[in-house]
Design a binder for this molecule. Sequence first.
Ligand code: AMP
Ligand code: ZN
Length: 140
Amino acid sequence: MSHTAECIFCKIVAGEIPCLKVFEDDAVLAFLDIGPLADGHVLLIPKRHYERLDAMPADAASELMQHLPRLAAAVLAATGADAYNILVNIGPVAGQLVMHVHVHIIPRANGDGLGYRWSAKQYQGDRGKQLAGQIASRLA
Ligand code: AMP
Ligand code: ZN
Protein backbone atom coordinates (compact mmCIF):
# COMPACT_ATOMS: atom_id res chain seq x y z
CA MET A 1 0.00 0.00 0.00
CA SER A 2 1.61 3.29 -1.03
CA HIS A 3 1.69 5.90 1.69
CA THR A 4 2.73 9.51 1.57
CA ALA A 5 3.97 10.63 4.97
CA GLU A 6 2.35 14.06 4.86
CA CYS A 7 -0.91 12.98 3.23
CA ILE A 8 -3.83 13.33 5.61
CA PHE A 9 -5.93 10.72 3.79
CA CYS A 10 -3.05 8.21 3.82
CA LYS A 11 -2.88 8.81 7.57
CA ILE A 12 -6.60 8.07 7.83
CA VAL A 13 -6.12 4.87 5.82
CA ALA A 14 -3.22 3.88 8.09
CA GLY A 15 -5.37 4.53 11.18
CA GLU A 16 -2.98 7.27 12.34
CA ILE A 17 -5.78 9.81 12.52
CA PRO A 18 -9.42 9.01 13.14
CA CYS A 19 -12.36 9.25 10.77
CA LEU A 20 -16.06 8.49 10.90
CA LYS A 21 -15.93 5.45 8.64
CA VAL A 22 -18.99 4.32 6.71
CA PHE A 23 -17.48 1.66 4.44
CA GLU A 24 -14.21 -0.11 3.83
CA ASP A 25 -12.86 -2.94 1.71
CA ASP A 26 -9.35 -3.90 0.58
CA ALA A 27 -9.09 -1.06 -1.93
CA VAL A 28 -11.31 1.79 -0.75
CA LEU A 29 -12.44 3.70 2.30
CA ALA A 30 -15.48 5.96 2.73
CA PHE A 31 -15.93 8.33 5.64
CA LEU A 32 -17.74 11.52 6.63
CA ASP A 33 -16.17 14.77 5.45
CA ILE A 34 -14.91 16.67 8.50
CA GLY A 35 -16.29 19.92 7.09
CA PRO A 36 -19.62 18.79 5.67
CA LEU A 37 -21.46 20.89 3.10
CA ALA A 38 -24.56 18.95 4.18
CA ASP A 39 -25.42 16.22 6.68
CA GLY A 40 -24.09 12.93 5.34
CA HIS A 41 -21.41 14.48 3.09
CA VAL A 42 -19.19 11.47 2.41
CA LEU A 43 -15.75 11.10 0.88
CA LEU A 44 -14.80 7.94 -1.02
CA ILE A 45 -11.06 7.38 -1.46
CA PRO A 46 -8.73 4.72 -2.82
CA LYS A 47 -6.55 3.31 -0.04
CA ARG A 48 -3.56 3.64 -2.29
CA HIS A 49 -2.24 7.16 -2.75
CA TYR A 50 -3.04 8.64 -6.15
CA GLU A 51 -2.80 12.38 -6.46
CA ARG A 52 -5.01 12.74 -9.52
CA LEU A 53 -7.84 10.80 -11.12
CA ASP A 54 -6.12 11.04 -14.52
CA ALA A 55 -3.03 9.37 -13.02
CA MET A 56 -4.99 6.32 -11.85
CA PRO A 57 -4.85 3.02 -13.73
CA ALA A 58 -8.30 2.28 -15.17
CA ASP A 59 -8.80 -0.77 -12.93
CA ALA A 60 -8.04 1.24 -9.79
CA ALA A 61 -10.49 3.93 -10.90
CA SER A 62 -13.17 1.29 -11.58
CA GLU A 63 -12.50 -0.33 -8.22
CA LEU A 64 -13.16 3.07 -6.63
CA MET A 65 -16.13 4.26 -8.68
CA GLN A 66 -18.03 0.97 -8.57
CA HIS A 67 -18.99 1.78 -4.97
CA LEU A 68 -20.77 5.01 -5.84
CA PRO A 69 -24.29 3.65 -6.55
CA ARG A 70 -24.49 1.68 -3.29
CA LEU A 71 -22.80 4.36 -1.23
CA ALA A 72 -25.00 7.12 -2.63
CA ALA A 73 -28.12 5.04 -2.01
CA ALA A 74 -27.06 4.50 1.62
CA VAL A 75 -26.38 8.23 2.09
CA LEU A 76 -29.81 9.08 0.67
CA ALA A 77 -31.55 6.48 2.82
CA ALA A 78 -29.78 7.66 5.97
CA THR A 79 -30.30 11.38 5.41
CA GLY A 80 -33.71 11.36 3.75
CA ALA A 81 -32.30 13.40 0.87
CA ASP A 82 -33.29 12.43 -2.66
CA ALA A 83 -30.73 14.50 -4.54
CA TYR A 84 -26.97 14.71 -4.41
CA ASN A 85 -23.92 15.92 -6.26
CA ILE A 86 -20.88 13.79 -6.99
CA LEU A 87 -17.83 16.02 -7.10
CA VAL A 88 -14.17 15.32 -7.77
CA ASN A 89 -11.82 18.29 -7.62
CA ILE A 90 -8.61 17.65 -9.52
CA GLY A 91 -5.76 20.13 -9.16
CA PRO A 92 -5.53 23.17 -6.88
CA VAL A 93 -7.04 25.45 -9.53
CA ALA A 94 -10.14 23.26 -9.44
CA GLY A 95 -10.27 23.45 -5.65
CA GLN A 96 -8.38 20.28 -4.71
CA LEU A 97 -7.01 20.84 -1.22
CA VAL A 98 -6.15 17.27 -0.29
CA MET A 99 -3.85 15.79 -2.92
CA HIS A 100 -5.17 12.25 -2.59
CA VAL A 101 -8.00 11.37 -4.97
CA HIS A 102 -11.39 11.61 -3.30
CA VAL A 103 -14.97 11.61 -4.50
CA HIS A 104 -17.43 13.83 -2.66
CA ILE A 105 -21.02 12.64 -2.25
CA ILE A 106 -22.97 15.71 -1.21
CA PRO A 107 -26.66 15.33 -0.33
CA ARG A 108 -28.78 18.22 -1.57
CA ALA A 109 -32.01 19.78 -0.36
CA ASN A 110 -34.24 22.55 -1.58
CA GLY A 111 -32.96 25.89 -0.34
CA ASP A 112 -29.65 24.49 0.96
CA GLY A 113 -27.91 27.45 -0.63
CA LEU A 114 -25.12 25.35 -2.15
CA GLY A 115 -25.97 26.27 -5.74
CA TYR A 116 -24.43 24.61 -8.74
CA ARG A 117 -25.24 26.33 -12.03
CA TRP A 118 -21.96 27.64 -13.40
CA SER A 119 -22.13 30.12 -16.23
CA ALA A 120 -21.96 28.22 -19.51
CA LYS A 121 -20.07 29.61 -22.52
CA GLN A 122 -20.49 28.95 -26.22
CA TYR A 123 -17.89 27.78 -28.72
CA GLN A 124 -17.19 30.31 -31.42
CA GLY A 125 -16.73 29.21 -35.03
CA ASP A 126 -14.81 25.93 -35.40
CA ARG A 127 -13.43 25.88 -31.90
CA GLY A 128 -15.73 23.06 -30.70
CA LYS A 129 -14.94 20.88 -33.71
CA GLN A 130 -11.23 21.56 -33.25
CA LEU A 131 -11.27 20.62 -29.58
CA ALA A 132 -13.37 17.48 -30.12
CA GLY A 133 -10.81 16.41 -32.73
CA GLN A 134 -7.85 17.15 -30.48
CA ILE A 135 -9.33 15.17 -27.60
CA ALA A 136 -10.52 12.29 -29.80
CA SER A 137 -7.10 11.94 -31.44
CA ARG A 138 -5.55 11.34 -28.01
CA LEU A 139 -8.04 8.57 -27.34
CA ALA A 140 -7.66 6.76 -30.67
P1 AMP B 1 -11.09 19.04 -1.81
O1 AMP B 1 -11.24 20.54 -1.78
O2 AMP B 1 -11.89 18.40 -2.91
O3 AMP B 1 -9.62 18.63 -1.84
O4 AMP B 1 -11.74 18.52 -0.48
C1 AMP B 1 -11.03 18.08 0.63
C2 AMP B 1 -12.07 17.69 1.64
O5 AMP B 1 -11.44 16.93 2.64
C3 AMP B 1 -12.73 18.90 2.33
O6 AMP B 1 -14.13 18.83 2.11
C4 AMP B 1 -12.37 18.70 3.79
O7 AMP B 1 -13.41 19.06 4.67
C5 AMP B 1 -12.07 17.21 3.87
N1 AMP B 1 -11.15 16.82 4.93
C6 AMP B 1 -9.94 17.35 5.20
N2 AMP B 1 -9.38 16.72 6.24
C7 AMP B 1 -10.26 15.77 6.63
C8 AMP B 1 -10.27 14.79 7.66
N3 AMP B 1 -9.25 14.66 8.53
N4 AMP B 1 -11.33 13.97 7.78
C9 AMP B 1 -12.37 14.09 6.93
N5 AMP B 1 -12.42 14.98 5.92
C10 AMP B 1 -11.39 15.82 5.78
ZN1 ZN C 1 -2.52 9.91 0.31
